[in-house]
Every structure is written in structure tokens, then in C-alpha cells.
Write a protein that binds this ligand. Structure first.
Ligand SMILES: Nc1ncnc2c1ncn2[C@@H]1O[C@H](COP(=O)(O)OP(=O)(O)OP(=O)(O)O)[C@@H](O)[C@H]1O
Ligand SMILES: [Mg+2]
Length: 205
């Protein structure tokens, strides 16, 4: 039986996910909650190996469907090996990206058939959804500027601006489709402005 809460944070590159994860960690720890931090793709030994395959720029061009399948293979490990056991122990889990990212990147960005993604979600997740998803929204170019100084880009970060525009729009469409679960948060202003909105959402969880 699930006792803890499962929160995911999503958004385009440079939206401020990592920044706000540390805020959320402090916020929940102050309330005495034991929080497990994790990420996708990754989160388990095998998942992190799959992440390396997905993000490496040394690999040959990868089929979109292979990318999608690898994401869900990593996610299958993630939920069964890490997320569900933690929630059953009563811990809370915060994941840097989750299933919504497959709809945004492989659906919106790569323009793969959404029905395929829905079928995979049905098969792998079987109705398992986050209790709350924080979607940090920022204009694509603004997000890119924030991470510009970070150095070398991974395979997905090398995509062009219009790819990320589609990713952003697909995220927003997800938030409109699932307004109860996905909280659309303006992350274009200060870090404190974003954190304040998140704190309000967490207070109601
Ligand atoms: N609201 C903000 N205003 C200005 N700068 C910000 C804001 N939020 C985050 N930053 C800065 O932007 C950079 C990117 O933020 P962060 O690493 O949290 O984004 P991210 O969503 O985790 O990115 P990625 O998708 O690459 O993991 C960092 O240098 C961070 O300090
Ligand atoms: Mg990050």
C-alpha cells in the first residue's frame, strides 16, 4: 500500500528544475518528511546506464522509437526498483522529469505518434501517476540562455530551438489536459518567485 506522495518536476532545459528541487527538499524536510530525490532517465543502476546511451553524442543517429522505448525501459526499472518501494515505506519521492517528459520530448519534440506513447504508458505505468507534477514554464530561449555557460551539450540538448518550442507547447497541452495533477508554474521571473508558487502548491498537497 502506497503511503508516501510522489511528486515530479518537469519543464524545458533551464526552466529551473534542479534549482527548485533543492528548495522543495528543504521545504519538505522542514516538515519532517523523508524525501527521496531521483531523476529520469535514470534513478537506478540500469536506468543510469540507459541514460548514458540516450544522452551520449558518440552514438550513431538513434531512431525516435528506440529513444522512446529506452525511456520507458528505464522508467519501468525506476518505478519498480525505486519509486514504488519508497512510497510503500512511507517516504516521499521527487523525480526530476517523469512520463510527461516522454509526451513532451518524444511526442512534441520528435513528433512520434502520441497513441504509441499512450500505449506504452498504459503497459508500463498501469495507471501509476504522480500525486502532483510541477511544470516549470519558461520561454525556450530564456531557458537556453540560463544553461548556456554549462559547456558541452548532450545528444538531446543539441536539438534546434523549434524542437524545444514543440516540447514546451506539448508540456503546456499536458497541463491543460490534466489541470488537477499538473501545476503550471511561471518560472520566467526570479527563483524566489518560482519557489513561492511551488510552496503554495505543496501546502495544498
Ligand atoms: N528564476 C530564475 N531566474 C534566473 N536564473 C535562474 C532561475 N532559475 C534557475 N536559474 C538559473 O538557471 C540555471 C539553470 O537552472 P537549473 O539548472 O535549475 O535548470 P534545469 O531545469 O534543472 O535545467 P536542465 O534541464 O538543464 O537540468 C542555473 O544557473 C540557475 O541558477
Ligand atoms: Mg537540471
Amino acid at each position: 500500500m502506497k503511503k508516501g506522495k510522489f511528486i515530479t518536476i518537469d519543464g524545458v532545459e533551464g526552466a529551473g528544475k534542479s534549482t527548485q528541487i533543492s528548495f522543495i527538499g528543504d521545504y519538505l524536510q522542514a516538515k519532517g518528511i523523508n524525501l527521496i530525490l531521483t531523476r529520469e532517465p535514470g534513478g537506478t543502476d540500469l536506468g543510469e546506464k540507459i541514460r548514458q546511451l540516450l544522452l551520449s553524442t558518440n552514438t550513431q543517429a538513434m531512431q525516435g522509437n528506440s529513444e522512446l522505448l529506452l525511456m520507458f525501459a528505464a522508467r519501468n526499472e525506476h518505478i519498480h526498483q525505486k519509486i514504488i518501494p519508497a512510497l510503500e515505506r512511507g517516504d516521499w519521492v521527487l523525480s526530476d522529469r517523469f512520463t510527461d517528459a516522454s509526451y513532451a520530448y518524444q511526442g512534441g519534440g520528435r513528433q512520434l505518434d502520441i497513441e504509441r506513447i499512450e500505449q506504452l504508458e498504459q503497459w508500463v505505468l498501469q495507471g501509476f501517476v504522480p500525486d502532483m507534477t510541477l511544470l516549470l514554464d519558461v520561454p525556450v530561449k530564456q531557458g537556453m540562455l540560463r544553461v548556456e555557460s554549462r559547456g558541452s551539450k548532450d545528444r538531446i540538448e543539441l536539438e534546434a530551438v523549434d524542437f524545444f518550442e514543440r516540447v514546451r507547447q506539448a508540456y503546456i497541452a499536458r497541463a491543460e489536459k490534466y489541470p488537477q495533477r499538473i501545476k503550471l508554474i511561471d518560472s520566467s521571473k526570479t527563483k524566489a518567485h518560482t519557489s513561492a508558487q511551488i510552496a503554495q502548491m505543496l501546502a495544498n498537497l
